[in-house]
Design a protein around this ligand. Sequence first.
Ligand code: PBG
Length: 327
Amino acid sequence: MPFPLDRPRRLRRTAGLRRLTRETRLAVDQLVYPLFIASGRNLQQEISSMPGQFRWSVDTAVCEAQQIADLGIPAILLFGLPEEKDEQGTGAFAANGIVQQAARAIKRAAPDLVVIADTCVCEYTSHGHCGVLASESDPDILNDATLEVLARTAVSQAESGVDVVAPSDMMDGRVGAIRRALDGRGFEHIPILSYAAKYASAFYGPFREAADSAPQFGDRRSYQMDPPNVREALREIALDLEEGADAVMVKPALAYLDVIRAARDRFDVPIAAYNVSGEYAMVKAAAAQGWLDEQRVTTEILTGIVRAGADVVITYHAKDIATWLHQ
Ligand code: PBG
């Protein structure tokens, strides 16, 4: 039916028509809000490269978590900033570690809020790498030795009451190792959300300032994925699912929308996308200059991530989006 009979503009004329014919709906139900937990009391310290994001102590994190739950956001993702770091990253699995303390306190105050723990050691190691090093100056991490540390970390997180563990290290075989360790300790009901396709991205810059987790030497390219690859991402996802992942993640989101789409088309499991710190910082910086309309740009970005196929979006914009969606 060619023009002049077919006029697609007819359905765009009013806000009501646009609402009725909308193909993608962004909902509060899809959001996960990341939180950084540090030691101390009464702490709310803004992260300079991520305006509007803070380092919280356990007590202030509890209040923040309650507000997040009141906004209807279903889940948070916890990162820990330990007081002391060491070569092995033992703070990641300490029974009284920072994430373990926060999880216990938050689950007590807001039992229905889903608490996801990032399962990795880079925030806890003195060298900032996501695993056990072969030698003090070699960033080529020992894969199999790291699996034990990750499995211990996941079990310790489950013991402290987290609802989901999310390994973000990119070691081979870690989902299987974590699944076996959890099952062996009676945590067969705890799901694994794996950072299956996590790229070696420059968009993590602000996060590494927030978590003080930049590698002290070398980079993460021997374990995180090479940005040009999409077939490899599908292979990583397939392997994680075979090992027992319940849901998988693509990270970052914006420069990887094709990866999200390819994953959506191939796999029938929940797919999460991580709208990372650098993506957030770019929007915040431009909005602060008055160069972009923050609400419209943020809504457009998150809608795009959902349109690409993400079921869940992990984003520092979650509270803002939830507030706007409620208006
Ligand atoms: C830990 C981890 C990182 C992020 C999430 N988990 C940092 C990294 O891999 O360097 C980045 C999140 C963000 O940039 O918002 N491995």
